[in-house]
Each structure stands twice: as structure tokens, then as C-alpha cells.
Design a protein around this ligand. Structure first.
Ligand code: ADP
Ligand code: ASP
Ligand code: MG
Length: 440
């Protein structure tokens, strides 16, 4: 069985839903994972922010506008009166619950509940549409099997057991539709896999059912060699290894949620990225095979904080780094990049939630400097650090003020830390000289 995930744009308009129907309507058994319709989760996040600030009028206005857009969509999607009536009722119920939350006091549970409505809406609407078109489908409610544990990791045993049980209990169908992104937490409350998490849902399910392949259908023809939002001449990459895809996703390539390849890497289940609007184009195949050498792709991650820790005494004195790392561990804050010199260590974090107490503790035995609004630019490719072209990088970047560089941590990755103001120019400059065959 395959798992096919369709992102927000793919289910974001009537035309695209028709396209998705045509892609999935063959005789093969499959699980289809859907995101919320494009724009919906962002709207729900805004609404939850208004609830947080007790801006009830603004929350209500945003809810009204969102409901109008759903009413339009379903009116143009459904020709069968009975199905239309049923879907209208479901949508009205969801908006009723959404309005009810605006009167409540904001907490994490309210946020999680509010943002879960997007996927509930898209899967209900799309499965009703398939039924209207005479296609047999079954809805698999994600909240009946998708659960995370105490460490916010997928509870694989529970997921595997329950998804099989639910499929066995349901009448047979070729197409099972489920919600991406949403799950239950360890206490059984509604939660989610973080923004962009539907990709992760797809591979978690892929691993649970030992799928032959996981397909991520989106609005672009595969993984490009640079971020197409900032660089015009990017091109798709036909093949990536799990390691390369994992590095790129972790370091900011928006096309994949950072954890996407984790569940399937060990099981060697291929992940194929495809374009819903151009289904015949090759896209990108991610497997354990390594293709080619040298710099293959560039990605960037924003919102990085750099922390420089200088020691009054000899820095690399026995036990110093241990003391530093223990502080970050205590605050469950992951370190991305790290460089050392004789008197200082510089490192980066992307989660600054506990920055203040971390700095306070570090200052007990060192001098600390913090720089925010940094970006990591990450270059990825097989054996990148040995490749004869890689030295060009340093020539190209002569004019870019690099704050840190990480080279040699793995064979696949070179990372640069720069101020976010320089990100777009750096991506463009690297692209021109590395991929557009311009000489530095
Ligand atoms: P979906 O809603 O289908 O999950 P996303 O918006 O999350 O889609 O991801 C697709 C988008 O990711 C593309 O439209 C593109 O703008 C952006 N993107 C960023 N980096 C890359 C890259 N390296 N390759 C392809 N797309 C990328
Ligand atoms: N709808 C969720 C989001 O916008 C999950 C996803 O699209 O993957 O973040
Ligand atoms: Mg996405």
C-alpha cells in the first residue's frame, strides 16, 4: 500500500481538488493524508492569537471571513443536494465550535483545538466530494490512532496497532483519507506535529503500515537546489539520499517538515515528491542511494540565535564544554552549530524560549554575547567537503560577513551563519556561482 500526502494548495481550490481526485482514483489501495486548505491554518493561528489577546471582535471578524470562503468552496464543489446539505451541516458545526472558543481563556489546549479544525474540514469536505463522484472512500480519523509520547515523539507501537485495527474494522475501500498534522498527546488531548506537520504524518503512517512508498504531493515539481521563494533560477533535483533530504529539511527547506524522513529512513521506504499541478513531471525520489558528488542544494533557516561564551580562564580547560552543554540540556534546548577557539565557544540555537535563564547560568562562569536575527545557510551534497569545486565557496563568499562556519561535521554538510539581512543576497550569490555556472 502507498501513502499519498496532499498539501494545502493541492486541496486549496475546487480545480485542485478535482486534480487530486484524478491522481488518486485508480484501483490501488492507498492512504491519503490531507493538509488543511491553503491559508486555513494561518487564519486559525491568527484567530487563536486574537483569543489570546482577548480581541473578540477581531477573532469574530476573522472567523466570519473564513466561514464565507468555506461556504463558497462547498457551493461550487457539490452538485448533489443531499451531500451539500450534509457538508454544510458539518462546516456549520466546526464554525460553531470555533466561535465558542473565543469566549474561553486562552491556553495551549485552545490553540491546539483551534488549529486542528483545518484538517478536520478539508478531509470531511474532500471525502464527501469523492463520494459524490461515486468513488468509495473511508475516513480514518487521525485522532483515533495518531499519538505522540511524553517526548513529543510518535508513539509508534500505539499508532501501528490502532491504524491496523481501524482499517480492519472499516468496510473495505481503495482509498482511506486521514488528517495530516493533528494527533493526540500523551494525556489524550488534541495536539499537533508542528507547522507543516502533514508531511511527517505521511511518513509516520508509511512506517506504521510498512508502505511500499510515501508520496508528498505539493505545488512544485520536487526538491529544488535552492529556495525558489528567493532565487529565480532554481531547478529540481531528481534524486536525494535520506541523509541529504534530512539535512535540507532540518536546515529550513520548507518543502519538507524537518522530521519527514526520520520514520522511513531505517525501514528504507522511498519518499517521492510530486507536483499536483504537473503529475507527469519526475519530481524527486528520496532513497538510501547516493547520487553524484559536490554541492547539490542550498537551504536557509531563520530565527537563529548565536551565543558566544568567553571564559576568563583557559576556555578549553577540562570540563568547560561539559558545563556549557549541561545548561543547554537542562533547558531541553538543542544546539545546531558550534565552533571553538582558544578563548571562546560560539554556538547557535533555534529555540530561544529559555534564552534568559540559559544566559544567566552561563554568566556565572563566563562572559556571554548574544546575537539574534541570524540565519543558517546550509549547503548539502554527498562528500561535499572533499569535492574539488567546494573551495570556490570561500571565494564567492568574500563579501558576505560570515559569523560562523561549520565544515567537516559530516561529509554532507557545510553550514554558514550570517545575519538574516544578508540571507537573500547570500542565497542568490551562492546560486549564481555554484549552479548557474558563472565564474567567481
Ligand atoms: P504544502 O502546502 O504542499 O505542504 P509547502 O508550502 O509546505 O507546501 O512547501 C512547498 C513550498 O516550499 C514550495 O512552494 C516552495 O516555495 C517552498 N520551498 C522552499 N524551499 C524549497 C526547495 N528547496 N525546493 C522546493 N520548494 C521549496
Ligand atoms: N496545515 C498545517 C500547517 O499549515 C500542516 C501542514 O500543512 O502540513 O502547518
Ligand atoms: Mg508543507
Amino acid at each position: 500500500m502507498r501513502v499519498l500526502k496532499f498539501g494545502g494548495t493541492s486541496v486549496g481550490s475546487v480545480e485542485n481538488m478535482i486534480q487530486v481526485k484524478d491522481i488518486i482514483n485508480d484501483q490501488e489501495k492507498k492512504i491519503v493524508v490531507l493538509s488543511a486548505m491553503s491559508g486555513t491554518t494561518n487564519a486559525l493561528v491568527t484567530i487563536s492569537e486574537y483569543i489570546k489577546t482577548r480581541d473578540t471582535a477581531k477573532a469574530s471578524a476573522r472567523i466570519d471571513a473564513l466561514e464565507v470562503s468555506y461556504v463558497h468552496t462547498i457551493q461550487s464543489l457539490f452538485t448533489n443536494e443531499e451531500v451539500l446539505y450534509d457538508v454544510q451541516e458539518y462546516v456549520q458545526d466546526i464554525f460553531y465550535y470555533l466561535r465558542a472558543t473565543t469566549a474561553k481563556t486562552y491556553d495551549q489546549f485552545i490553540y491546539n483545538t483551534v488549529v486542528s479544525y483545518g484538517e478536520l474540514l478539508s478531509t470531511y469536505i474532500f471525502s464527501a466530494y469523492l463520494r459524490q463522484e461515486g468513488i468509495k472512500v473511508q475516513l480514518l480519523p487521525a485522532l483515533d490512532f495518531m499519538r505522540i509520547d511524553r517526548n513529543n515523539e510518535p508513539d509508534n507501537f500505539y499508532i501501528r496497532q490502532n491504524i491496523h485495527r481501524i482499517i480492519d474494522e472499516l468496510p473495505a475501500a481503495n482509498i482511506y483519507i486521514t488528517q495530516g498534522f493533528i494527533c493526540l498527546d500523551v494525556d489524550g488531548e488534541v495536539s499537533n506535529l508542528q507547522r507543516g506537520g502533514s508531511d511527517y504524518t505521511a511518513t509516520i503512517i508509511g512506517a506504521a503500515i510498512r508502505a511500499e512508498e510515501v508520496q508528498i504531493w505539493t505545488d512544485i515539481d520536487g526538491f529544488h537546489n535552492n529556495d525558489p521563494r528567493f532565487v529565480d533560477t532554481t531547478t529540481p533535483i531528481s534524486n536525494l539520499s535520506f541523509d541529504e533530504a534530512a539535512e535540507l529539511a532540518y536546515f529550513g527547506a520548507k518543502i519538507l517538515h524537518p522530521q519527514t524522513v526520520m520514520p522511513v529512513r531505517e525501514l528504507d521506504i522511498p519518499v517521492r515528491l510530486k507536483n499536483t499541478m504537473a503529475p507527469t513531471s519526475h519530481g524527486t525520489l528520496i532513497t538510501n542511494k547516493v547520487h553524484g558528488e559536490g554541492i547539490k542544494a542550498i537551504a536557509a533557516k531563520d530565527g537563529i540565535t548565536a551565543i558566544k561564551i568567553k571564559s576568563g580562564r583557559m576556555l578549553l580547560a577540562h570540563g568547560f564544554l561539559k558545563k556549557v552543554f549541561e545548561i543547554f540540556e537542562r533547558y531541553e534546548t538543542a544546539i545546531d552549530m558550534i565552533t571553538t577557539s582558544e578563548i571562546a565557544v560560539s554556538l547557535t540555537i533555534d529555540d530561544a524560549t529559555h534564552l534568559v535563564p540559559i544566559v544567566e547560568e552561563l554568566e556565572r562562569f563566563s562572559f556571554v554575547e548574544v546575537d539574534q536575527q541570524q540565519s543558517i545557510v546550509c549547503l548539502v551534497g554527498n562528500s561535499i567537503i572533499y569535492h574539488h569545486q567546494t573551495h570556490k565557496l570561500f571565494q564567492i563568499l568574500q563579501d558576505v560577513p560570515i559569523r560562523m562556519i561549520s565544515y567537516g561535521g559530516s561529509h554532507n554538510n557545510i553550514s554558514l551563519l550570517i545575519h538574516s539581512d544578508h540571507k537573500v543576497a547570500t542565497l542568490q550569490r551562492l546560486h549564481t556561482y555554484l549552479f548557474d555556472n558563472v565564474t567567481a
